[in-house]
Design a protein around this ligand. Structure first.
Ligand code: MOS
Length: 690
């Protein structure tokens, strides 16, 4: 561990030799194209497939009339079970054909008639009409209604107060590789090639939905071209592909979502309306923190973004309150997107902290350091390690914060107003359940490590091999790690920045068991036939004794053109405390990737809903803007040394998500410093600055 190795498969990927799910060579494939609803809510009263079926090359047409009855009660996945339509763009059918072109053409010829019902897709009006409810706890670390002390009295008595409402828009998932599946039914069962963060989850979901035993299904997921949460939970494209393949037994059916379809099928980040109230004494010590978030879910299934998730962990305060409310709308179901909760929640909290710094005349770096808690502010647990002040200080030093004049609009350069901003970042160190590993060793000292984990493009294959080599106390060349196949022992998802923790802790336990067995049964020598052990992921014995979180500090420099309002971000700098870093090269890529996604969130990204029809109108990469090379300035990521013996045997905290957390707030705070304009609604477009 600690070597900055390049990804083992990097060269193959660059040369186009790494096979992604859709590209897997299969004999005589058929192709699926989806038919989607054109109304937001209603009922199908007629469906005419005759024209589609008559096209040469069409093999079958799938509708709710011939679809199998599913054995799963997940509302998002229960497609084609009736004529009901729950959102615009929902799958109502599919065409299977000899080529993707024929399938797509024929899908457009399926005629569907609807009896439309009035729809409700507007979060703002839902709130006005009092149709909000407290969600179940989808990803909560703390209850959705959390209270400590009496925030209202403390706020009223505070020397300095902030009471601001922040809005973040709907964000859609756009990994480079869309969601893809190859499904093939044979008498032996079902083979799937899927672009997923969780092969085991695919296997379990499909087994339940299609009433199979899990061992009748084999899922391959060798390479994944980005995911960001969108390929963690299963979505209905998987179900549609498996249904379609059932109609053409023994033929592999290929299905790739189009970019348009991804805007309604793959989960998305809910828009949020967040009110943050902060109270502090004259020295800037927080006396009260209150954070409320209003978000949306669908009528089909509940998912809460839970934007207040990070707030109880951040700052020392005697009075604390978080609140959460959801509106269930006639829209697609939201889902996890990189740092769900923390990403948008910390935009609000860290913007409010900047407002507090301005209101109290304090330096925003110093304000955060001054409010550093000794123990977890809510449950009082000690932190397993916590280096936020070190990140802030190191970041300030590297960034050149010290000479900053806090006055807004004080710096100008060639017609550009220049400002700098800071924000804190955090993400919990999670360990997700459900992993096992098999390790085999042969007398020549070669180790094979098998688990159905997956590398979603982050460098996991490389970093986890480094973990395994250290755990097995052998050279890297002696370890072969095999992932991405449910024939291997089950593995937790690649999500929640928990991949290395969950899988690495399992591999470490496997290595210990292998050594124990070798010593106990074989006198320390590998027998001629080799030796194999399989172990489960161990529980973390320190779980209830310590609060485990990564932290970071984000800095940004912005330039806003005084006349046009044009915004540039020449510099982003992040310093993180993420425990031990297994592979500095892939870690750095994850962190600057997250920061770049944060830049994208700050300046560009927003899905625009047309309330008349209930769909995202800018459903392509021409109109849903993400940061391109020309938008990105210098992005630097560093980390401080952190030795955490409690999180897992490697001492790692996870770093896939923390890079996006706080990045947009740092930019918005820098915009305020540059211009004096406080942006409380993302993205920061120039119209908001003029
Ligand atoms: Mo990440 S949103 O947990 O895949």
């Amino acid at each position: 561990m600690g070597q900055p190795l390049s990804r083992f498969e990097g060269e193959d990927k660059v040369r186009g030799l790494a096979t992604y799910a859709f590209e897997h060579p299969v004999p005589h494939p058929a192709y699926l194209s989806a038919v989607r609803s054109t109304v937001a809510t209603g009922e199908i009263i007629g469906i005419d497939c005759s024209q589609a079926s008559a096209q040469p090359g069409v093999l079958a047409v799938l509708t709710h009339l011939n679809a199998p009855r599913l054995g799963i009660d997940d509302g998002e996945l229960r497609i084609l079970q009736s004529g009901d339509v729950a959102f615009r763009g929902q799958f109502v059918g599919g065409v299977i054909a000899e080529s993707s072109e024929i399938a797509r053409h024929a899908a457009a010829l399926v005629r569907v008639d609807y009896r439309e019902r009035p729809h409700d897709v507007d979060l703002e009006s839902s709130r006005e009409r009092g149709q909000l409810r407290v969600p179940q706890q989808t990803m909560a670390l703390f209850p959705m209604d959390t209270d400590k002390g009496d925030v209202d009295s403390a706020l009223a008595a505070a020397a300095v107060q902030v009471d601001s409402t922040y809005r973040t828009p709907w964000y859609n998932h756009n990994p480079l590789e869309p969601h893809t599946t190859i499904a093939c039914w044979t008498s032996a069962g079902l083979t799937l090639h899927v672009s997923t963060q969780h092969p085991q989850g695919v296997q379990t979901t499909v087994a339940t939905a299609f009433r199979l035993e899990p061992d009748q299904i084999r899922v391959f997921s060798p390479h994944v071209g980005g995911a960001f949460g969108s390929k963690g939970p299963r979505h209905s494209d998987l179900i549609l592909a498996v249904m379609a393949a059932q109609l053409v037994p023994d033929r592999p059916v290929r299905f790739a979502l189009t970019r348009h379809q991804m805007f309604s099928q793959t989960g998305y980040r809910s828009p949020t309306m967040q009110r943050v109230r902060l109270g502090a004494d004259a020295d800037g010590r927080l006396t009260a923190v209150a954070h409320e978030s209003i978000e949306q879910t669908s009528r089909l299934k509940e998912f809460a973004e839970h934007a207040t998730r990070a707030t109880p962990t951040m700052y020392a305060t005697p009075h604390l309150q978080v609140r959460q409310q959801l509106a269930a709308l006639d829209l697609p179901t939201p889902a996890i997107m990189r740092a769900p909760g923390e990403c948008v929640g910390m935009f609000a909290l860290e913007s409010a902290m900047d407002e507090l710094a301005v209101a109290g005349g304090l330096d925003p770096v110093e304000l955060r350091i001054r409010n550093e808690p000794d123990t977890h502010p809510l449950d009082g647990l000690p932190f397993s390690s916590r280096s936020l002040p070190a990140c802030l200080r190191e970041g300030a030093r590297r960034f050149g914060w010290e000479s900053r004049d806090p006055t807004p609009r004080a710096r100008r350069h060639d017609g550009w107003l220049v400002g700098t901003g800071v924000a804190a970042a955090t993400y919990p160190t999670l360990r997700l359940p459900g992993s096992k590993v098999t390790i085999r060793v042969t007398p020549d000292g070669r180790h094979t490590v098998l688990m159905a984990a997956v590398d979603i493009g982050t460098g996991t294959r490389t970093a986890l091999t480094q973990v395994a080599a250290d755990a097995l106390r052998v050279d890297l060349a002696q370890v072969e790690l095999r992932l991405g196949d449910t024939a291997y022992p089950p593995a937790a998802p690649e999500g929640g920045s928990a991949g290395i923790t969950s899988w690495g802790a399992t591999i470490c336990a496997g290595a210990d068991e292998l050594r124990r067995r070798l010593a106990a049964d074989h006198g320390g020598t590998v027998p001629a036939e080799g030796l194999e052990v399989t172990v489960d992921m161990p529980e973390n014995p320190h779980l209830k004794q310590y609060a485990m979180h990564a932290f970071g500090a984000q800095f940004a420099e912005v330039r806003v053109h005084d006349e046009t309002g044009e915004i540039r971000v020449p510099r982003q700098l992040g310093v993180y405390a993420v425990g031990r870093v297994v592979n500095p090269k892939t870690a750095h890529s994850q962190l600057i990737g997250g920061m770049t996604m944060g830049l994208s969130m700050a300046l560009h990204e927003a899905s625009i809903l047309d309330p008349r029809y209930g769909h995202v109108v800018n459903h392509d990469l021409a109109t849903y803007h993400v940061s391109s090379n020309a938008d990105v300035g210098t992005v630097d990521a560093y980390w401080v040394e952190e030795d955490d013996p409690y999180v897992n045997p490697m001492g790692t905290k996870g770093l896939g998500e923390i890079g996006i957390v706080g990045a947009a707030a740092a930019i918005a705070n820098a915009v305020h410093h540059a211009t004096g304009v406080r942006i409380r609604e993302l993205p920061i477009t120039l119209d908001k600055l003029l």
